[in-house]
Ligand binder design. Structure first.
Ligand code: PRP
Ligand code: URA
Length: 212
C-alpha cells in the first residue's frame, strides 16, 4: 500500500496558516476543520458504491449510494480536533476512540481508554490522528485494532514525519497512510520539524498549563 501526501493548493495554504505559532486557538481549530473537510474528500475517493433506486420529485431514477459506511476511530486527545469533518460528511459512520498519550521521556505511548464499535470487524476503518511522529501511537493503535480482528485500516494524519511513515510501513506494509503534509524529520524531543508543535495542546489550549 502507499503513502498519499495530499498535494492540494488549498490544503497547503491552510497548513501554512495552521503551523504559524502566532495562530490562536479559535482560528487554529477552524483551520483544522477546513483542512479536515478537504482531506475527507480525498481520503474517501475510492469508497465502493452500490446501485439503488430513488424517487425524485420528477421520476423514479437509478442512483448510487455508499456500499458501507467506514468506521471512524480517533486517537485521543488530539484526534478529536480532526474528527468533526469526518463525522459531518459521514454521519452514518460509527465512531470509536483509543485514548493514549506519549511519555515525554521515553516517547512511548501509554494507553488509557478504548471503545471500538463491533462493526469495525467487517468495515473499513479510518484511523485519525493529526500527528504521525515516531509512529509509536499509530502502531499502538493499529496493533490494538488488528489484535481485535480489524482487517482494513487506513491511517489519516495532518502532518507525518518520515520516521513515523517508515515505522508504520515496516510493520504494516498493507496500510495506506494519508497525510496533508510530509515534514522533514523529528527533533531530539520527538517533535516533528517544522511541524506545528503539540497538536493536543494547541487544540485544547493547554500549551502553557501545568497539569492540575
Ligand atoms: C500526539 C499525537 C499522536 C502522537 C504522535 O499525541 O496526537 O497521538 O502525539 O506521536 P508519535 O507518533 O511519536 O507517537 P500526544 O501524546 O501529544 O497526546 P495528546 O493527544 O493527548 O496531546
Ligand atoms: N505529537 C505532537 O502533537 N506534535 C509533534 O510534533 C509530535 C508528536
Amino acid at each position: 500500500m502507499k503513502t498519499h501526501i495530499l498535494n492540494h493548493p488549498l490544503i497547503d495554504h491552510k497548513m501554512s496558516l495552521l503551523r504559524d505559532s502566532k495562530r490562536k486557538m479559535p482560528e487554529f481549530k477552524m483551520l483544522l476543520d477546513e483542512i479536515g473537510f478537504l482531506m475527507v474528500y480525498e481520503v474517501t475517493k475510492d469508497l465502493e458504491l452500490q446501485d439503488t433506486v430513488i424517487e425524485t420529485p420528477i421520476c423514479v431514477s437509478k442512483a448510487q449510494k455508499l456500499k458501507s459506511h467506514p468506521i471512524l476511530v480517533t486517537i485521543l486527545r488530539a484526534g478529536l480536533g480532526l474528527l468533526d469533518p469526518f463525522m459531518k460528511l459521514m454521519p452514518n459512520s460509527k465512531v470509536g476512540f483509543l485514548g493514549m498519550d506519549r511519555d515525554e521521556v521515553t516517547l512511548k505511548p501509554r494507553s488509557y481508554y478504548d471503545k471500538i464499535p463491533m462493526q469495525a470487524l467487517e468495515n473499513k476503518v479510518l484511523l485519525i490522528d493529526p500527528m504521525l511522529a515516531t509512529g509509536g501511537s499509530a502502531l499502538n493503535a493499529i496493533d490494538f485494532l488488528m489484535g481485535k480482528g480489524v482487517k482494513d485500516i487506513t491511517f489519516i494524519c495532518l502532518v507525518a514525519a518520515p520516521e513515523g511513515i517508515k515505522a508504520v510501513h515496516e510493520k504494516y506494509p498493507q496500510i495506506d497512510i494519508y497525510a496533508a503534509a510530509l515534514d522533514e524529520k523529528l527533533n531530539d524531543k520527538g517533535y516533528i520539524v517544522p511541524g506545528l508543535g503539540d497538536a493536543g495542546d494547541r487544540i485544547f489550549g493547554t500549551e502553557d498549563n501545568e497539569n492540575l
